[in-house]
Structures are given as structure tokens and as C-alpha cells.
Design a protein around this ligand. Structure first.
Ligand code: HEC
Ligand code: HEC
Length: 180
């Protein structure tokens, strides 16, 4: 029994101190020339993760950037501008799903057993891809959360509670701490 209690406490730890902040997207840097344009013109003031809140075509991106900045702050050469807008419209285009601004993780008090986690993934994930794809990725809890919120935007059917329980389970079983 004592052992059981310890496991529950350990399992709850990653959630401590998480507060009520909304989950934020995480974006991988593009390579090469596009990154050069962004590094030179965009990252002095803020990171690139917020781009994921939008899903726009080239004209939409151009308008958004104009609206959010003083002309002098987003003053790119024509060539750089085309490169950047082309990448934005492809990576965060109208066919993609914008990352939600408002997902706040609920606190969970019960935790998935392995069969429960697999049952949920079989229901909510395998319509689009095998669970191998999930198992192949090792992530910390907050990165699993970003992935699951993204998957939900794409169409995975999960309640907030199910999402958080799966985050906790994925971190426990397929997290970055190899000792677990
Ligand atoms: C001089 C500082 C500065 C530079 C350089 C800058 N930004 Fe911004 N950016 C801001 C500020 C400040 C805001 C918030 C403005 C607001 O919310 O009204 C912002 C907002 C944004 C937003 C909206 C974010 C959101 O969550 O709503 C996007 C997208 C964005 N910037 C992209 C870019 C891109 C792309 C570049 C490079 C071409 C760039 N920014 C360069 C200061 C900068
Ligand atoms: C509506 C279709 C769809 C559903 C449902 C779905 N996914 Fe995905 N998933 C995708 C697509 C498309 C990709 C590849 C996108 C990419 O790599 O950017 C992907 C990629 C992934 C990846 C690898 C990329 C990463 O961010 O690590 C993981 C892990 C993942 N999905 C987990 C899940 C889990 C867990 C579920 C169920 C809760 C799920 N997915 C449900 C469409 C879906």
C-alpha cells in the first residue's frame, strides 16, 4: 500500500506548479534562407511560436504583419519578404489548424492504467496513424501536451480530462526520463 501511494505522488509531480497558464505552441525553426530572414528581421523582439496561432494565405500574413508592427519594424527587402510570406503561407496556411490560444490544463486526480491509455489511443488516434508514431516520440509532459492539443485541433476526439490523463500517462511511460 505504501508503495502504491508513492507511485501516485510521483505521478502527480509533473503537474505541480503548472498554474493556470494557457498551453503555448512550439514551432521548429525552418532551415536555411528562411531562417536567415527570420533571424535578421523578426526574432529581436519575440520568438516564432506565436505564428502557430494563425492559419493564413500570403495576403493574410502580409496584412497581419503590417497590422501588428510599425512600418520600420517589419521592413524587409522584397526578396526576403517573398521568401518569408511563402514559408508562412505554406507552414501556417489556410489548410492548417491554428493552435488554440486558450487551452488551460485541468487538474486531474485519477490516472490511466496502461489498458486505459491504449483504449483511449485506439479510439482517438488510430483513425489517422498507428500508435507506433506516438510511441516513437519521447517527450516531456509539456511537449506531449502541445502535441495532443495540436492533434485535437486536427480532429482527435478528446475531452480536456482525457487529454490531461493521456499527457500524464505518456510522460510516465514514454517520457524523457528513461529510468521510469
Ligand atoms: C521591433 C520589434 C518587433 C519585430 C522586429 C517583429 N515583431 Fe512581431 N510583434 C511585435 C509586437 C510588440 C507584437 C504584439 C503586437 C500586438 O499584439 O498588437 C508582435 C506581434 C506579432 C504577431 C502576432 C502574435 C500574436 O500572438 O498575435 C506575429 C505573427 C508577428 N509579430 C510576426 C512577426 C514577424 C514575422 C516578424 C518579422 C518580419 C516580426 N514579427 C518582427 C514586435 C516585433
Ligand atoms: C485527424 C487525424 C489525426 C488524429 C485523430 C491524430 N493525429 Fe497524430 N498526427 C496526425 C498527422 C497528420 C501527423 C503528422 C503531422 C506532423 O508531423 O506535423 C501526426 C503526428 C503525430 C505525432 C508525431 C509528431 C509529433 O508532434 O510528435 C504524434 C506523437 C502524434 N501524432 C500523436 C497523436 C495522438 C496521441 C493522437 C490521439 C490522441 C493523435 N496523434 C491523433 C494526424 C492525427
Amino acid at each position: 500500500m505504501r508503495h502504491f501511494v508513492t507511485i501516485l505522488i510521483l505521478a502527480a509531480l509533473p503537474l505541480a506548479g503548472q498554474g493556470n497558464r494557457a498551453t503555448r505552441p512550439k514551432i521548429e525553426r525552418p532551415d536555411g534562407p528562411v531562417w536567415e530572414v527570420i533571424r535578421k528581421n523578426c526574432t529581436a523582439c519575440h520568438g516564432i511560436d506565436d505564428y502557430a496561432f494563425f492559419a493564413l494565405d500570403k495576403a493574410g500574413w502580409s496584412k497581419l504583419i503590417a497590422e501588428k508592427h510599425k512600418p520600420a519594424d517589419a521592413n524587409l527587402s522584397e526578396a526576403d519578404r517573398n521568401l518569408l510570406l511563402g514559408w508562412l503561407a505554406e507552414r501556417f496556411g489556410p489548410a492548417t489548424k491554428p493552435f488554440p490560444r486558450t487551452y488551460i490544463p485541468p487538474e486531474i486526480t485519477t490516472f490511466f492504467s496502461d489498458p486505459e491509455a491504449f483504449r483511449l489511443m485506439n479510439r482517438a488516434c488510430t483513425r489517422c496513424h498507428a500508435i507506433d508514431k506516438v510511441q516513437g516520440a519521447r517527450k516531456a509532459a509539456e511537449d506531449w501536451r502541445v502535441t495532443l492539443v495540436d492533434m485535437r485541433e486536427r480532429g482527435a476526439q478528446l475531452s480536456d480530462e482525457e487529454l490531461e490523463r493521456l499527457v500524464e500517462w505518456l510522460d510516465r511511460v514514454w517520457g524523457t526520463n528513461q529510468d521510469k
